[in-house]
Ligand binder design. Structure first.
Ligand code: FES
Ligand code: FES
Length: 158
């Protein structure tokens, strides 16, 4: 077992983990943060996307020990004082989800994209989300939601 200390959604969390444990299972099973979904376990679907030190990563591709002494943000960390993050609000308002399984990963991937550039074209958004699959929506409203949220987000990507 290895001891890790990972700051998750602003709180330092310490635990003993097996060296082979994936970050996504650390989040879901050790911390109960089940908003981060598992769709494939093989780095294909993007349902497990979180931010690691502010950049999107697939949490099924990373070991928990690789996140030791680093910062992770999950979908549960986005709302503040009970208020949705602009991306969460936009997905709701623009019907950017149906079953919702892909949604946490989509939102975290979009957040990472918009932090780098909040003036993305539709094509750039689509290219940026290539690693995130949705079986329900046809992507149209997901792109619309991200375009709408981009206008509301602060330049720093808050
Ligand atoms: S569960 Fe990680 S990419 Fe599908
Ligand atoms: S809303 Fe169902 S997978 Fe995207």
């Amino acid at each position: 077992m290895r001891r890790v200390a990972i700051t998750v959604n602003g709180t330092r969390r310490e635990a003993e983990v097996e060296p082979r444990e994936l970050l996504v299972y650390f989040l879901r099973e050790h911390l109960g943060l089940t908003g981060t979904n598992v769709g494939c376990d093989t780095t294909t679907c993007g349902a497990c996307t979180v931010l690691l030190d502010g950049k999107s990563v697939k949490a099924c591709t990373l070991l928990a020990v690789q996140a030791d002494e680093r910062e992770v943000t999950t979908i549960e960390g986005l709302a503040t004082n009970g208020e949705f993050h602009p991306l969460q609000r936009a997905f709701h308002e623009h019907h950017g989800l149906q079953c919702g399984y892909c949604t946490p990963g989509m939102i975290m991937a979009a957040l990472s994209l918009l932090k780098e550039n909040d003036e993305l074209t539709e094509d750039e958004i689509r290219a940026g989300l290539e690693g995130n699959m949705c079986r329900c929506t046809g992507y149209q409203n997901i792109v619309k939601a991200i375009q709408s949220a981009a206008g509301e987000m602060l330049p720093a990507g808050a």
